[in-house]
Design a protein around this ligand. Structure first.
Ligand SMILES: O=P(O)(O)O[C@H]1O[C@H](CO)[C@@H](O)[C@H]1O
Ligand SMILES: [Mn+2]
Ligand SMILES: [Mn+2]
Length: 399
């Protein structure tokens, strides 16, 4: 069978949810709405490109403020529900690639057991401070100066299955931090820990009021226990290009070439550059600033401004697409900047599917799992289909 599209591009707007999921109550997240609350804080979002693709058509009963519902949206549009047990990035991205995480990973709301902390202390020759949930920017304000004096490791977690180590780059050099994180990764793969991610959180600055985290963050994720759509594509000789955090999230599995990025804007510039390359397969981009800089920080106005910047860059990318290209814009979970706490929120995610080859856009049925995305990609490239997910490829009508 011939392929409908030679290239498929997936852009994940990290944490840009589109309203509470049907199971939000199970997570204590009733009432969350990342896009809705962000747009309200901005008194309306100015995102002409997302608008014309059909962003508000996804929920015409409650349009996103400033984003009018289109009579003739350019994209196929709907929202997707998550079936994974967790609401972290790894769960969301793996599910998109056909591997939902059905057994909950472990979270440590009261901090990690002494046994684990002692192992990290022995390996690193440093003491651990905090070892409880925290916001990453608050915790370096609180312990950064202490760390500069003592060299102690700042260990913290969140509502997700993560162990994060914050370290001043001039006190604990990056290479050393990465080694400690790799060690922590090795000893937390199996029970009783079974942690989704170890995250290195380097920062710089001279005092509490000016500490800043750097782009040298590294996420050490579990290795996917089964093949994802990325593996299926790679095995069948297709290109798999990863921009931003994607390579980390899949531990490099099934990825032919990956680029780390320093910001959303940098990520989109890489994406636009990739559009000029001749390749055959998937480009997969994650834009993490929405989540790390604005969602967890509960900054709805800055979140909204970042969406507007993304939209302008999207405007540069769209004219580069040809009839051989399919663009898919989605998210991996919510992180409502107008919601209590600082954790991710259990939300539907938007799904906008666009190609210049389409005659017109239209509504797709609500997807029961993010895995429908991976199934569609596998279907297009004629590889083995993932175990989970239903392709919507045949619904997409070409001119
Ligand atoms: O508060 P910061 O350090 O940004 O951490 C956040 O980033 C992690 C990964 O998204 C989340 O689990 C949350 O802990
Ligand atoms: Mn995420
Ligand atoms: Mn996050």
């Amino acid at each position: 069978m011939t392929e409908k599209f030679k290239r498929i591009h997936v852009i994940v707007l990290d944490s840009v949810g589109i309203g509470e999921a049907t199971d939000a109550a199970k997570y204590g997240d009733e009432g969350c709405d990342t896009l809705g609350h962000t747009a309200a804080a901005m008194n309306g979002l100015n995102v002409p490109n997302l608008t014309k693709l059909g962003l508000s058509n996804i929920r015409p009963e409650q349009p996103i403020l400033g984003v009018p519902v289109q009579d003739k949206p350019l994209a196929y549009f709907t929202k997707m529900h998550e079936i994974s047990a967790g609401k972290d990035s790894m769960d969301g991205h793996w599910e998109m690639m056909g591997l939902p995480v059905m057994t909950p990973l472990h979270t440590f709301p009261n901090g990690f057991p002494d046994e684990l902390i002692q192992k990290i202390e022995t390996f690193s020759g440093r003491k651990v401070v905090w070892n409880k949930p925290a916001s990453g920017t608050e915790i370096i304000k609180k312990f950064g100066e202490h760390q500069m004096k003592t060299g102690d490791l700042i260990v913290y977690t969140s509502g997700d299955s993560v162990l994060q180590i914050a370290a001043h780059e001039e006190i604990i050099p990056l290479e050393e931090l990465y080694k400690i994180c790799e060690y922590a990764r090795e000893i937390t793969i199996d029970e009783p820990y079974h942690l989704g991610r170890i995250i290195a959180r380097p920062y710089v600055g001279t005092a509490a009021d000016n500490f800043e985290r750097t782009a040298n963050r590294r996420d050490l994720t579990l290795v996917p226990p089964e093949k994802t759509v990325l593996d299926l594509l790679a095995e069948s000789g297709r290109d798999t290009l990863a921009i931003g955090k994607i390579n980390d999230i899949f531990s490099g599995q099934g990825i032919k070439k990956g680029w780390h990025t320093v910001s959303n804007e940098d990520g989109m510039e890489h994406f636009i550059a990739v559009l000029d390359q001749d390749f055959h397969g998937l480009s997969f981009t994650n834009l993490v600033d929405f989540d790390a800089n604005y969602g967890h920080r509960r900054e709805p106005v800055l979140f909204g401004k970042a969406l507007e910047v993304f939209d302008r860059q999207l405007g540069q990318a769209l004219p580069k697409l040809t009839e051989d290209d399919l663009l898919i814009i989605t998210a991996d979970h919510g992180n409502d900047p107008g919601f209590r706490g600082t954790d991710h929120t259990r939300e539907f995610v938007p799904l906008l599917v666009y190609s210049p080859a389409f005659h017109a856009g239209q509504a797709l049925p609500v997807r029961e799992t993010f895995a429908d995305l991976g199934a569609t990609i596998a279907d297009n490239f004629g590889t083995q289909l993932p175990k989970v997910g239903t392709s919507f490829l045949s619904t997409l009508k070409m001119r």
